[in-house]
Design a protein around this ligand. Structure first.
Ligand code: AMP
Length: 193
């Protein structure tokens, strides 16, 4: 089984690409953002807790996130690959994920793909997306800025963690969806060989 992390700033295209790639390679796509949005829509207890953070553009606390993530992961067996989209987002989560994979599958992360893109492009993309996504966290420039700040402060440092483990690959996330998709396919095909 192959374990691939997609990580990068909000608006770098992780979700869109994770949809394509999981379909193409028949991998399972796990998105913590999607899971949280589902809880919010269904107004579950967890949904009510996480909404406060999400609506401000802040990360949900690690313990809450990891508990939900573990529960979801436990529902899926007999899969040939997993794309982790939006998890881990902190160093603590990255360490937790290592532990979880060791316990559950006796395996480790094969690839951690960093989506590299300039902040100016992100702001443009997210502002554009707000007009069609209906996502509350795309709705104001202040919230968008918070998400980018959270990313630089808490998520970017995990690249060093994966660099040390020698599984970090950086791809250019600028350009068209098609161009980025091709870059990803090449990286994954090389790993699968
Ligand atoms: P996303 O759809 O991946 O952009 O996630 C939307 C929002 O969900 C984020 O801005 C966070 O508030 C929350 N979220 C998603 N994944 C995580 C995570 N791994 N850790 C903490 N918060 C998360």
């Amino acid at each position: 089984m192959i374990h691939i992390i997609f990580f990068g700033p909000p608006g770098s295209g992780k979700g869109t690409q994770a949809n394509y790639i999981s379909e193409k390679f028949k991998f399972f796509h796990l998105s913590t953002g999607e899971m949280f949005r589902k809880h919010v829509i269904e107004q579950t207890l967890l949904g009510n807790i996480v909404q406060t953070y999400m609506s401000k553009g802040l990360l949900v606390p690690d313990e809450v996130t990891t508990n939900m993530f573990k529960e979801e992961l436990n529902k899926h067996n007999n899969i040939k690959g997993l794309i982790y989209d939006g998890y881990p987002r902190t160093l603590n989560q990255a360490k937790n994920l290592d532990e979880i994979l060791k316990k559950k599958f006796l395996e480790k992360i094969n690839l951690s793909i960093f989506f590299s893109i300039k902040d100016e492009i992100l702001i443009k993309r997210l502002s554009k997306r707000s007009k069609i996504s209906g996502r509350l966290d795309d709705s104001s420039i202040l919230i968008i800025q918070n998400r980018i700040t959270e990313y630089h402060k808490k998520t970017k440092p995990i690249s060093d963690f994966y660099k040390e483990k020698k599984c970090l690959i950086t791809i250019k996330a600028e350009g068209s969806i098609y161009q980025v998709k091709k870059r990803l396919e090449n990286v994954i095909l090389k790993k699968l060989k």
